[in-house]
Design a protein around this ligand. Structure first.
Ligand SMILES: [Zn+2]
Length: 201
């Protein structure tokens, strides 16, 4: 079992101030969250930089990813350090994720830049049911959407500053291995948790 935050922005997103090194230091210091996905807006530079830094530490894992701004809302891909081909329609982005054995997730469906009920039209792997930047109502709606589509639900802090890191996280039935974690998400062996403290700074 690992504990992971699946939605984090670094300085390679224009609206985030989290340095890759700070994220790695936070994972090293944290007492139970040891896995993080770096999902910058339309860029894979942050995940590449963070993965490289993290590779020096055997007990943490950074999953490369990206959050693509599609015309119908944001889609997170986990398991890629490459951008999907353009045009970035939901179909192209989701098909790309499938083709590389990644995981596609509808990010914060009921918030600004969320897909809302349009998510029903696409064959995504999961719905983000617990987003650290969404209010409770939006997260509840996302949970209901995932349930009605019979899709796994994931959690992500959507942190843009250090104090927001790991505000929510996932328990995943997998070991410290990217393919195993992605497989577990697709199978629904993942549960969303609110972090009620115990962060080590
Ligand atoms: Zn985001």
């Amino acid at each position: 079992m690992i504990q992971a935050d699946f939605h984090i922005h670094t300085i390679y997103s224009a609206d985030s101030i989290i340095q890759p090194k700070t994220l790695v230091d936070m994972l090293v210091a944290h007492n139970f969250i040891k896995v993080a996905a770096v999902t910058d807006h339309d860029s894979v530079r942050g995940c590449k930089a963070t993965c490289e830094l993290a590779s020096a530490y055997p007990d943490i894992l950074v999953i490369p990813g990206v959050e693509i701004s599609t015309e119908h809302g944001d889609v997170v891909i986990l398991g890629t350090d490459e951008l999907p081909p353009k045009p970035w329609t939901p179909e192209v982005v989701i098909d790309f994720a499938k083709s590389i054995d990644g995981v596609s997730i509808v990010a914060h469906p009921f918030r600004l830049y969320g897909m809302g009920d349009k998510a029903r039209n696409y064959k995504v792997d999961a719905i983000e049911v617990l987003n650290g930047g969404s209010n409770q109502n939006a997260n509840t709606q996302a949970k209901e959407l995932a349930k009605s589509l019979n899709l796994p639900g994931t959690a992500g802090s959507d942190a843009h500053q250090v104090s927001e890191l790991f505000s929510v996280y996932n328990k995943v039935e997998a070991s410290l291995d990217i393919d195993e974690i992605l497989k577990a998400i697709r199978k629904g062996c993942v549960s969303s948790q609110v972090n009620r403290g115990s962060i080590c700074f």
